[in-house]
Design a protein around this ligand. Structure first.
Ligand SMILES: Cc1ncc(COP(=O)(O)O)c(C=O)c1O
Length: 390
């Protein structure tokens, strides 16, 4: 070895530290005796030696999300679904039972109905908002895992996290909560009794509709290690470039959510007065069916998702979104731009109209993910589109 060999990773261009974490776009790191000791001791879980295991930019994003959730540990994944699947498969074995909400994100529904049963796991479904039924189902089936989403899509019904956590813990089960819609700005599930919180970081956490990512967070170090081991074998790690975008999004998380939640609540008030609007659904409203749960689970802000139901059914709802000039007709949520989508032709297209009504998804329903355009701009856009769609 000579001193003049080319070692790019050791070139420091500055004596001082960067304010923003560098993007460590490297798959591998130079090994030394400490790294070998960790590889041989823990399987390399704690050392930065190969980027499917650990990467400093990915770790920076995980640390920020752990901080937002008040969690001791967090792990980034390639998508929200990678976080959910990796977490559930870490906790469940053939012969186990999971009691899960009926109202979950569509691909989570496929995981529950198609993939977990194929692995020999029994799945029992319960309405998210029916706390008595959660208690009964958990006591009867004695599951290993209990799973729900803080806020259901698009009905925005709430999961009573403390009550469901208590029921789960009475039978030794772990409660896993998908907090994508509510975000840690409104709800911190771990503080309410959940054992693991998972989320699509694609949405409000990253916040700019420019990266697909996921996160699992917990206070339990052994559980985090078990999930990390599956992330390593299933391979759902996050890339450093993507992690950088998540990290950058977290820097403005609080102010983005403060604005979007406040505007969602204000728009709920303003749209209620529109004669073509049959119903406005937002957990801030006194007529929301879960106000008592909302007061405990989302004590301050009630979320940036807003659902409206217009007269004239799904045909009018479709005309409405086509007349939007500011909000964009697109799937997903949680970006700086307001997105509008229709359950009947996107998230719940594979249900019959009768099944949708049975599930509380009414004709004329429009789901809005409120961004940062401002209350007056959005109120004007929505009111004009409603009028134009008549
Ligand atoms: C509630 C919820 N959970 C999980 C996911 C999956 O996230 P991703 O698309 O990042 O895999 C989504 C995506 O829309 C979602 O809305």
């Amino acid at each position: 070895m000579t001193d003049d060999r080319y070692r790019p990773g050791r070139v420091h261009t500055s004596r001082t530290f960067p304010v923003v974490p560098p993007i460590y776009q490297t798959t591998t790191f130079e090994l030394d005796d400490t790294a070998y000791a960790d590889i041989q001791g823990t399987g390399g879980l704690h050392e930065t030696w190969y980027s499917r295991f650990n990467n400093p930019t990915v770790d920076a994003a995980a640390a920020e999300i752990a901080r937002l959730h008040g969690a001791a540990h967090a792990m980034m994944t390639a998508s929200g679904m990678a976080a959910i699947a990796t977490t559930l498969i870490s906790l469940l074995r053939a012969g186990d039972t999971i009691v899960a909400s009926k109202q979950v994100y569509g691909d989570t529904g496929d995981l529950l109905e198609r993939d977990l049963p194929a692995l020999g796991i029994e799945v029992v479904r319960v309405d998210a908002y029916d706390t008595a039924r959660w208690r009964a189902a958990v006591a009867e089936h004695r599951p290993t895992v209990v799973y729900g989403e803080t806020l259901s899509n698009p009905q925005l019904r709430l999961l009573d996290i403390p009550a469901v956590a208590e029921a789960a813990h009475e039978v030794g089960a772990r409660l896993v909560v998908d907090n994508t819609f509510a975000t840690p700005y409104c709800t911190r599930p771990l503080a309410l009794g959940a054992d693991v919180v998972v989320a699509s970081a694609t949405k409000f956490l990253a916040g700019h509709s420019d990266v697909v990512a996921g996160v699992a967070a917990t206070d339990d170090a052994a559980l985090m290690e078990a999930i990390q081991q599956r992330m390593i074998t299933f391979g759902g790690c996050l890339d450093a470039h993507a992690a950088f975008l998540v990290w950058r999004g977290t820097r403005t998380f609080r102010v983005r959510l403060q604005e979007s939640c406040q505007v969602a609540a204000a728009l709920a008030e303003r749209l209620e007065g529109d004669p073509a609007v049959q119903a406005v659904i937002h957990p801030s409203r006194a007529d929301h069916p879960d106000t008592e749960v909302a007061a405990r689970v989302m004590p301050e802000a009630r979320g940036a998702m807003l659902t409206v139901v217009v007269d004239g059914g799904d045909e009018r709802a479709l005309r409405l979104v086509r007349h939007l000039a500011v909000a964009v007709e697109a799937t997903s949520l949680g970006g700086v731009e307001t997105l509008a989508s229709l359950p009947f032709n996107s998230s719940h297209f594979n249900m019959t109209p009768e099944q949708r009504i049975e599930a509380g998804i009414l004709p004329g329903m429009v789901r809005l993910a409120i961004g940062l355009e401002g209350e007056d701009v959005l109120a004007g856009d929505l009111t004009a589109a409603i009028a134009a769609s008549a």
